[in-house]
Design a protein around this ligand. Structure first.
Ligand SMILES: NC(=O)c1ccc[n+]([C@@H]2O[C@H](COP(=O)([O-])OP(=O)(O)OC[C@H]3O[C@@H](n4cnc5c(N)ncnc54)[C@H](O)[C@@H]3O)[C@@H](O)[C@H]2O)c1
Length: 266
């Protein structure tokens, strides 16, 4: 069988989205190289397990060697104090890009976040030309990752799809996630399109399913051929039963980032 990629590196492979990539992307590359600081278990067929702390440049440099694609899920995935964000998301993402440049890795899937634009009011629909409005230090780190990825494309030609993922969980956990939900199947299809597309250049887009309420316009990324198929509507009754709707003036109701807009780590 001919695989589109020879060796695909998945960082954060022990985490939620990394586990999905490990399980579902076996047809995309001949070998999946899996990395994390958390336990990854034993390597399966056509897998390499390579633990690595992303803040260690020498280790990351060795990690990317021989790879022709990277899905960079490793890092802090929620709001945390700066001392935790800095080594994992800032230094770690720089290390991945600089190592990719040195090793000649042509294309990277970078999971940005909707929290890069979380302070937009809910009653707006934005596209990726809207200036960033991060709602957290975590969101700030994602803006850094996007800027870094664009720089490495403009200067060195390393392609990136920076996907501002909404909320990728088995089901939405509250009313806000009815808008931001991304199904596993839609995520898998998007990861595949990013590596199968002839070119991606530097592209930012939102990773969200075809939900009824929409905050984000992806029409500029039509060339990718990614068409989300799932909708959060199947969970509407469940969410209405389980969760009280926040009041109209609550921070949760005002901004796309929801309660993250009120989080403080100082
Ligand atoms: N799940 C979502 O809905 C969502 C939404 C937006 C963005 N994202 C982004 O996608 C990525 C994956 O998300 P997730 O939900 O799977 O997160 P997760 O927290 O489940 O997984 C992240 C993994 O990164 C690893 N990690 C943390 N620091 C590290 C370091 N210094 N070196 C090496 N590994 C380290 C952790 O051990 C963990 O296994 C994250 O970058 C997250 O910010 C996820």
């Amino acid at each position: 069988m001919a695989y589109p990629l020879k060796r695909l590196l998945i960082t954060g492979a022990a985490g939620g989205l990394g586990s999905i990539a490990r399980r579902r992307l076996t047809g995309l590359a001949e070998i999946l190289r899996l990395s994390d600081i958390a336990e990854l278990g034993a390597a399966g067929p056509r897998e390499e397990v390579t633990p690595c702390d992303l803040s260690d440049f020498a280790a990351v440099r060795a990690l990317v060697d021989g790879c022709d694609g990277i899905i960079h899920y490793g890092g802090i995935s929620v709001e945390q104090p700066w001392e935790e964000i800095l080594p994992a998301n800032i230094q770690g993402t720089y290390n991945i890009y600089e190592a990719a440049r040195q090793a000649g890795v042509p294309r990277i899937f970078y999971p940005s976040s909707n929290h890069a634009t979380g302070f937009y009011p809910r009653e707006t629909r934005i596209d990726v030309t809207a200036p960033v409005r991060p709602d957290s230090l975590y969101g700030v780190s994602k803006c850094f990752g996007e800027a870094l990825a664009r720089y490495y494309y403009d200067k060195y030609g390393i392609e990136t799809a920076a996907v501002r993922i909404g909320s990728c969980f088995p089901e939405p956990k509250d009313h806000r996630m009815m808008v931001t939900w991304l199904s596993e199947d839609d995520l898998v299809a998007l990861m595949e399109r990013v590596f199968l597309a002839q070119r991606v250049g530097y592209t930012t887009l939102y990773g969200v399913s075809d939900n009824l309420e929409k905050w984000w316009d992806n029409s500029h990324a039509g060339f990718l051929g990614w068409q989300p198929r799932d909708s959060s509507e199947q969970f509407r009754d469940l969410i209405d039963q389980r969760h009280e709707k926040p009041g109209p003036d609550d921070v949760e109701s005002r901004f796309q980032g929801g309660f993250w807009c009120g989080l403080r780590v100082d």
